[in-house]
Ligand binder design. Sequence first.
Ligand SMILES: *Cc1c(COP(=O)(O)O)cnc(C)c1O
Length: 437
Amino acid sequence: MADLYARESRSVSKMAHLRFFPQAVVGGSGAYLTGDDGRQLLDFAASWGAASLGHAHPALRDAVNRALSDQAGASYLSAANEPCVLLAEKLLSLVPERARGRVWFGHSGSDANETVARMVVAATGRPRILAFDGAYHGGTVGSMAVSGHPAQQGTRSADLTLVPYPNSYAASGPEAARDAALAHLEQLFATELPPEDIAAFFIEPIQSDGGMLVPPDGYFKAVEALCRKHGILLVSDEVKVGLGRTGRFNAFEHSGIEPDIVVFGKGLGGGLPISAVVGPEAIMNHAVAFSLQTVHGNPVCAAAALAVLETIDRDRLVENAERTGRVLQDTLRGLAARQPLIGDVRGRGLALGVELVADRSSREPASRQTALTAFRAFQLGLVIYYVGVRSNVLEFTPPLTLTENQALEGVAILEEALNDVAAGRVDQALIADFAGW
Ligand SMILES: *Cc1c(COP(=O)(O)O)cnc(C)c1O
């Protein structure tokens, strides 16, 4: 359908829009999307990582077809169904011992984090939650309440305390970033925030929407020790960077920590809505009918998630994320040597960020150039979005099936886009309607 983008604006609300360019898609296969103008677009966003196996993966299609051809109801609220039980058993095998209790299923990272936020307070009797400045834990009232991303238009909980996420680039080095972030936390515990009031600390093992910040070595290990000392539950929000994307199955494994509660979403359903919380039995079984939505635990989405996990295993996609991610990151570093707009290249596996700066010594954010680069890349055939509390970090969350050739193809397009932006060849008026976030 030609003109899909313009037609959409006459019928669909823009309240959920987070647009960077006028993209309209009619199909897709593997790492490519088909535009309504017939163009093939290489997809480095994968719908914010949700399309973890790429588009139209046969394993996902077959699983969904099977689940729908003999449908075991539409919900797990009032009946057990096999895909949910199998999926719960599988997820329990994929988390550390201390989290290996029970699994709750939802539709999204938002409802999962909201459930955790309510559940940990109810189960521990402790009122307060800790999270990071710049953290994105969701877009519902209860998940925004425990988030710290400045683009959100919701209210934070009065019981939330936000602490700085260590930013190695801004602090000119990982040790300085780690020490400052830990000092802040310890100071807080010693003064206005009694640690025995805190139910849980929500962490992102890589802070993705906040700018794809990779924690310095030793930081989360120290956070874990503080949490254990004070009986604070450690919640790893793996929604965007978990499930193999970083080159390990769980992103927290890079930090050598064992969270009490693990939250999965986005890529879990490979594009279908499903999320999961995995944690200790005493917390996860705190009460019945505590957090439920009608088609939670539906067997179709659960079957899709099982197919995603089986495919990650069978096709060694964790190894692929590690290997292809290394090629992608090395190639981006090579590009950084030629293109002064790039201030930093960071990330793990296929969760990467490229921070654009107007000036490398002051690290002044190049927010406008970032928006123009995403727009220009789209014109040239690459889908990439940007994140960061200053809107200046290009985010790479391609399908876990990405090949090395596709990685190189994407960076070549990105280089052309950056060169065009740096040379002033991209009209600023193009981004007037695409504020992004
Ligand atoms: C996207 C995201 C969420 C929210 O997930 P939704 O599916 O959008 O509700 C939560 N946490 C992290 C880290 C995310 O990236």
